[in-house]
Write a protein that binds this ligand. Structure first.
Ligand code: CMX
Length: 444
């Protein structure tokens, strides 16, 4: 990188005082103003729309979808460097997105390349982790393996050491930045080892020189196809962040607020991602489609609008959810679904499974509207991701949430960095009992 271009560390070091001043001003100017009211429904119903989390890296609008540091997904596709440099020449690079999430700035091609190299240099796993993953029992869920392996890497935490060496609070951000980059760098190594040991021959591919983060990950997984590399880049960008209230980001932030280090924080967050109402929905979608196909195959029927409708009603009448549909915040089709659909239209328009997913999209919003429960009958990100992976022969669908996790670490840990740089406090909202609520209102 040319001398004129500041490094990631320098950019962040310069930004921190201004950000701290901004937060101080927010508190001084608006601290005693009321930001919405909490109803008893919100208290009992999972805190929907309660504005009680401060989050830097992204913001979700119920109609428009996600913006990362103010940029929508189409804007990122236009602005972030691609593997060939020019943003127009391909999918945005996750390294460029990490830079943006951390600094709010669009990185140059040179800064992005520098981060690729920096991540590569931090990617080696501690010696005890590989034998541990190899010793996991066959059949242990890949997400369980992922979170155990990240916890096991915590022996390397620079923040843990710095804290116990007495580093002052004002300097926490330095070792937290180190840990953030180390964890993001190690994630593909861990994830690839889990994949190769769980489903293949246990041999992890060796990425050649000059490859970016995503293509290196693909080689380690055992995939060598430029279109699949592009998919991985897009996948890792769009799954990275979805503001602070979702269960994985929120858990990471909460655990980090106890000054647990970034390894322990993201591992906790990824345990939340492993729930079927959150990231595990991407595996459930493929399972649902497999069950749908198997169900009608035995009757000699094909998958079409009618059979999908019948199967959807069977699912709903069995009091189960349709995976990949609905959202706690969104009230429109998820833009992350849209951009994956655009990818499919470009790279695999005739793929049979893509056609099934498209037909589900044609009928499901009406079915869910008729069913009358969900506030959002439209598809979310998890509805589309599996079919794209499946197209390239990546059919081990109970692994899919691991890919989501590799990506989610980028957003959730960028926020943990800022949490410590801004000196955010321990998170500790108030809980109440039924007696408390009754007394509160009855006495009024
Ligand atoms: N199928 C059937 N029923 C659904 C539904 C779906 N896809 N989505 C919501 N509902 C139901 C809820 O279960 C709830 O029923 P009860 O009143 O019986 O409890 C009712 O509709 C109202 O729910 P909501 O306010 O619309 O949605 P929530 O904020 O409570 O939940 C979510 C959001 C995502 C958990 C829910 O839509 C769901 O279960 N979807 C399927 C799982 C899924 O795709 N999750 C992935 C989300 C994205 C991600 O985090 O990765």
């Amino acid at each position: 990188m040319s001398n004129a271009e500041p490094s990631l560390h320098e950019v962040l070091a310069n930004q921190i005082p201004a950000k701290q001043a901004e937060l101080k001003e927010l508190k001084e100017k608006y601290g005693d103003k009321v930001l919405g009211n909490v109803t008893v429904d919100q208290c009992i119903g999972g805190g929907r729309d309660v504005k009680s989390l401060y989050y830097e890296t992204s913001l979700l609008d119920s109609e428009e979808g996600i913006r990362f540091r103010g940029y929508s997904i189409p804007e990122l596709e236009d602005l972030l460097p691609s593997f060939k440099g020019d943003p127009k020449a391909g999918a945005p690079l996750p390294e460029a997105l990490i830079w943006l999430l951390l600094t709010s700035e669009i990185p140059s091609v040179a800064q992005t390349a520098q981060l690729t190299e920096e991540l590569r240099s931090r990617s080696k796993l501690p010696a005890h982790v590989e034998p541990m993953i190899r010793a996991f029992p066959k059949g242990m869920h890949p997400m369980t393996q992922l979170t155990i392996a990240i916890n096991a890497c915590q022996t390397e935490s620079k923040f843990y050491k710095a804290y116990h060496d007495g580093t002052p609070k004002t300097d926490y951000w330095k070792p937290v930045l180190e840990d953030t980059l180390d964890v993001i760098a190690k994630m593909p190594e861990i994830a690839a080892l889990i994949y190769r040991c769980s489903f293949k021959d246990g041999i992890v591919g060796k990425p050649g020189p000059g490859l970016d983060y995503s293509a290196s990950f693909c080689r380690m997984l055992g995939y060598d196809n430029p279109d699949f590399d592009e998919l991985m880049r897009l996948y890792l960008v769009i799954h990275s962040d979805h503001e602070g209230g979702n269960a994985s980001a929120h858990t990471t932030h909460l655990v980090g607020s106890t000054l647990a280090d970034p390894y322990l924080s993201i591992s906790a967050g990824l345990n939340a991602l492993a729930g079927p109402l959150h990231g595990l929905a991407n595996q459930e979608v493929l399972g649902w489609i497999q069950d749908l196909e198997a169900n009608f195959k035995k009757e000699g029927k094909e998958v079409n609008r009618d059979t999908i409708t019948e199967f959807a009603w069977d699912t709903l009448n069995a009091k189960k959810v349709i995976p990949g549909y609905g959202h706690a915040v969104l009230r429109k089709t998820d833009p992350r679904y849209e951009c994956q659909r655009q990818f499919a239209l470009k790279y695999m328009p005739d793929d049979p499974l893509f056609k099934v997913v498209s037909t589900i999209y044609e009928v499901m919003p009406d079915i869910l509207t008729q069913h009358g429960k969900t506030k959002n009958p439209y598809p979310n990100v998890d509805s589309h991701s599996g079919v794209l992976l499946w197209h390239y022969g990546f059919t081990e669908y109970n692994y899919y949430t691991v890919l989501f996790g590799v990506s989610r670490a980028m957003g959730a840990l960028s926020q943990v960095f800022w949490d410590r740089a801004l000196g955010m406090p321990l998170e500790r909202p108030k809980s109440v009992t039924a007696e408390y609520i009754k007394k509160y209102f009855d006495e009024k």
